[in-house]
Design a protein around this ligand. Structure first.
Ligand code: FES
Length: 89
């Protein structure tokens, strides 16, 4: 019988579907929980490729249908002197 090939969900960190399933079975209920257990989403693409797949696996395995966003949108840059002066503009 042929050996089963692993299915990589996070290619950057080489995290397999089984590792993600085990993380969820161990109690992971968020992307961060899976990340802490497997290091998925910590690779070169920072989760752009694997995040949606992991979210889908979490939704399928749990009752959670909508996950809290794990990333924040970028904010505008400010100069250090604005911080020092306390300018809000
Ligand atoms: S595929 Fe998971 S971090 Fe790039």
């Amino acid at each position: 019988m042929a050996e089963k090939k692993p299915v990589y969900i996070c290619r950057c960190q080489e995290v397999t579907r089984e590792e993600i399933r085990k993380a969820i079975a161990d109690g992971a209920r968020t992307i961060k929980g899976v990340k802490n257990r497997t290091h998925a989403t910590m690779g070169l693409c920072q989760g752009r490729t694997c995040r949606r797949l992991i979210e889908k696996m979490l939704a399928e395995a749990t009752d959670i249908k909508e996950l809290k966003p794990g990333t924040r949108p970028p904010v505008r840059t400010i100069k250090i002197e604005e911080v020092v002066k306390g300018d809000d503009a």
